[in-house]
Design a protein around this ligand. Structure first.
Ligand SMILES: Nc1nc2c(c(=O)[nH]1)N[C@H]1C(S)=C(S)[C@@H](COP(=O)(O)OP(=O)(O)OC[C@H]3O[C@@H](n4cnc5c(=O)[nH]c(N)nc54)[C@H](O)[C@@H]3O)O[C@H]1N2
Ligand SMILES: Nc1nc2c(c(=O)[nH]1)N[C@H]1C(S)=C(S)[C@@H](COP(=O)(O)OP(=O)(O)OC[C@H]3O[C@@H](n4cnc5c(=O)[nH]c(N)nc54)[C@H](O)[C@@H]3O)O[C@H]1N2
Ligand code: SF4
Ligand SMILES: [Mo]
Length: 738
């Protein structure tokens, strides 16, 4: 008998609904779910590869414990007993800060992990919290937090009504969108252009998105802040500033104007590699467009001026009247778990940073996290607060962070390391215990964060497509047992009972003497589902436990396998603001101050060659190169070089180039691909490759390991405000390998 299970794909931010065809417990095919109210049948090759992932013999299905340097299979109880013994010893001997935690990208997509992560951190009480966010979007979270009052109040283009889209440092054609949940970007971009809309892409590479755009403007890597400063300067100089409806809610326009004074298009042109006339033109056409949005992503975050660039993108949106209007940059309204729909509308506590600092480099905490670039030194450097134990949760920092080799060596100095992961890979090989998660097809799904970034408001939930193997806990259950260990209650607690206790304690603070009634109302669910039911019902569209009859509940979502459409984005200013002033803070002092740092770098000459990264459709960061469906076909980990550079450097198509990072002595060898899609003076290599490290169990990936871009990047190069790693625009020396 064939059944179709509906499953939301957890692999990237597009959140596509999938039809999983199952026969006798076996996956036959995976297709886009045409009836999904949000993704309407779209999927990419990675969604199809969920079948490979499910069946991958290398995927871990049993806990592993390292004994005498070798991993051996263990029961869940044995694994937890080992964790309890060793983690407790470290905490007793060295204190709470001796345990560090790192959350990787998939933990943001798994609701059993994300909903318990905060509770685990609280129970551990350590300042040493790290995540992929400081290799990714922390600058945007910081600028949004400072401007709008919440870390995830990030405006997204209302693409279905937009007629001018300026994209910087993003490639949604390959990435399927990021900090912008937009399945089928291609279809939506096509529709936009058919309406007469225009797409402009600013990128050192004529990427797949530039290929379908109206115009590609090459930019010197790391130059975005300068381009944007020049554009804002132009708006003021030419009288193009118009704030429109939201004007009365904006503070700091005069401060921005004053700070932008020195940055005429002529002054910034060389630094961003774009001539003054083009800069003025980009500003003018943005100002002239009725419904427009500026959107920037990874390329604008992972650079020296990541926070400045992220901020200036929204400064442009505000100053041209393109924030919070239909067809412009808008704030989605999420059905659950979003700060900007909770509490008193229009005002809040805002965000602060630097409540503590990293011990060795003194990097400020941002959003409760320290920069991942500081992880190795915090393990290596002796003294009070030194990291002695490390917990990774769906995190592969040996591959995904700059100079992972240093981190790998540091991990071997730890007293104890635990990994929640589904592979024995470059990072987890260093662990003492690995607790495997489920195959995504065996897990239930709700996107906690991404509806806050969605092109359209919707609510969707999917049950497991297949039952988990007997005795295999869901990841939230492992999290609950870890919390129990951290609280000194021991791994032997009854998970359900303890989870109920944890939730009751949380609710007590919020609901006081109503707690029992609320607990009773959500008691038909357990685990993350129970927390979800609560959040939905108390959320922006919820039934408010009967006060809003017909409103959302989890039961209602479960009865709607196609999801529930909640309509197009609507203007939300001032209701969504959570700044202490109740205003949009256009001129946060720390950012205005950082403008001075940019001023001192205006004359910085372009190095002869700099390196940047790129994403590819058939790849997902560091961990999906083991799946045959994605791994087959042409070798993808190639170094793109412009024909003029190739000639000058003596590089030939298909041969190896040696890419070295200055005096560090670190270098890699990568296969050359000559193409004029990359601008002169820039070399582009995808990240997440380099699967040749010993001790990993990735048989398919190891066949064509590729080179690791992060081996030539520096762990101490960061955007100082956000702590985000600089992953592009750094100087390298490129030579032909004989
Ligand atoms: N040079 C360079 N470096 C980069 C980037 C770049 O563009 N250039 N991009 C950066 C960005 S944006 C990001 S987000 C980071 C990502 O950095 P990470 O999050 O560290 O890396 P991933 O490659 O996503 O690895 C995810 C890990 O989770 C495991 N995993 C997968 N699914 C599950 C699951 O369901 N449960 C559990 N428990 N584990 C699971 C995988 O086996 C893997 O170990 O990389 C960053 N690094
Ligand atoms: N297929 C696939 N999809 C993915 C992922 C994946 O690995 N594979 N990863 C997911 C993750 S974790 C993330 S964070 C998102 C990222 O999503 P995107 O940001 O859309 O993806 P990237 O391909 O990294 O795009 C970055 C672009 O920035 C350009 N760039 C580099 N340096 C600069 C610069 O200094 N200035 C400008 N203007 N541009 C620059 C690069 O050439 C590239 O085109 O993708 C997600 N989706
Ligand atoms: S675009 Fe691909 S990987 Fe992303 S959610 Fe859709 S099917 Fe999954
Ligand atoms: Mo990311």
């Amino acid at each position: 008998m064939t059944t179709i299970a509906h499953k939301i794909c957890p692999l990237c931010e597009a959140c596509c609904g999938l039809d999983v065809q199952i026969e006798s417990g076996k996956v036959i095919a995976i297709r886009g779910q045409k009836t999904d109210v949000f993704s309407a049948g779209y999927l990419c090759p990675k969604g199809v590869a969920l079948k490979d992932l499910h069946e991958d013999p290398d995927r871990l299905r049993t806990p592993l414990i390292k004994r005498n340097g070798e991993f051996v299979e263990a029961s869940w109880d044995e694994a937890f007993a080992e964790i309890e013994r060793r983690l407790t010893a470290v905490r007793t001997q060295h204190g709470a800060n001796a345990v560090a935690v790192s959350a990787g990208n998939p933990s943001g997509h798994k609701f059993g992990l994300i909903l318990y992560f905060g509770r685990l951190l609280k129970a551990l009480g350590s300042r040493n919290v790290f995540s992929a966010s400081t290799l990714d979007q922390m600058p945007k979270q910081l600028s949004s937090g400072l401007m709008f009052g919440a870390w995830l109040s990030i405006p997204v283009p209302d693409i279905e009504r937009c007629d001018h889209l300026l994209i910087l440092g993003a490639n949604p054609m390959a990435s399927n969108g990021s900090l912008w949940t937009v399945p089928d970007f291609r279809g939506k971009a096509k529709a936009m252009r058919e309406r007469g809309g225009k797409i402009v892409v600013v990128d050192p590479r004529r990427n797949e998105t530039a290929d379908i755009a109206d115009r590609h403007v090459p930019i010197r890597p790391g130059g975005d802040a300068f381009l944007l400063l020049g554009m804002v300067n132009t708006l003021f100089a030419e009288g193009l500033v118009r704030l429109g409806r939201i004007g009365e809610h904006v503070a700091g326009v005069a401060e921005v104007q004053a700070a932008m004074q020195p940055f005429t298009p002529e002054a910034v042109a060389a630094r961003c590699g774009i001539d003054a006339q083009t800069i003025r033109g980009l500003a003018r056409e943005l100002a002239a467009a009725e419904r427009a949005a500026v959107y920037g992503r990874l390329g604008t975050c992972t650079q020296e001026y990541g926070s400045l660039s992220s901020w200036l993108i929204d400064v442009l949106n505000v100053l041209t009247g393109h924030l919070d209007e239909p067809g412009c940059a808008m704030f989605p309204k999420s059905p659950a778990f979003s700060v900007n729909t909770e509490g008193k509308p229009g005002i809040g506590r805002g965000v602060v940073t630097g409540r503590h600092r990293s011990r060795v480099s003194g990097a400020p905490e941002v959003f409760g996290e320290l920069p991942t670039g500081c992880l190795a030194e915090e393990i290596e450097t002796p003294g009070e607060g030194q990291i002695k134990a490390f917990i990774t949760i769906a995190s592969n920092p040996v591959m995904s962070s700059p100079n992972g080799a240093r981190l790998a060596a540091a991990l071997d100095q730890l007293d104890f390391m635990l990994s929640l992961d589904i592979y024995l890979n470059e990072t987890t090989r260093h662990a003492d215990v690995i607790l495997p998660g489920l195959s995504p097809l065996e897990d239930t799904h709700y996107d906690v964060a991404l509806p806050q970034l969605a092109y359209r408001n919707a609510a969707r939930y999917s049950p497991a497509a297949l039952p988990p193997p007997a005795g295999h806990p869901r990841e939230w259950e492992s999290m609950v047992r870890l919390i129990a260990i951290a609280q000194g209650k021991g791994a032997g607690i009854d998970v359900q009972t303890f989870d109920t206790e944890l939730l009751r304690a949380d609710l007590q603070r919020q609901f006081g003497d109503q707690t029992d009634a609320v607990m009773a109302a959500i008691s038909r669910h357990t685990g993350p589902e129970r927390r979800l039911d609560l959040a939905l019902r108390m959320g922006a569209y919820g039934d408010a436990f009967g006060k809003n009859p017909g409103g959302l509940t989890l039961a209602k979502l479960m009865d709607s396998p196609d999801g529930i459409d909640l309509g197009p984005l609507k203007p939300r200013v001032p209701e969504m603001l959570r700044t202490p002033s109740g205003k949009i803070e256009l001129a946060p002092p720390s950012l205005i101050d950082d403008v001075k740092r940019a001023a001192t770098a205006l004359q910085q000459p372009a190095p002869e060659m700099v390196i940047v990264g790129r994403r590819q459709v058939r790849s997902n960061n560091s961990w999906m190169h083991n799946l045959p469906t994605l791994a087959k076909g042409p070798f993808r980990c190639t170094a793109l070089v412009n024909p003029a550079d190739a000639q000058r450097l003596g590089l030939t198509e298909g041969a190896l180039a040696r890419i070295a990072r200055g005096s560090s002595g670190r270098h890699i060898e990568a296969q050359v691909e000559i193409s004029d899609e990359i601008m002169q003076g820039v070399i582009s290599l995808p990240h997440g490759w380099g699967h040749a490290l010993p001790g990993a169990r990735l048989s398919v990936a190891a066949e064509r390991p590729g080179a690791n871009l992060n081996d030539v990047l520096d762990e101490d190069l960061r955007d100082p405000l956000s702590g985000n790693a600089v992953l592009g625009g750094v100087a390298v020396q490129v030579t032909a390998v004989a």
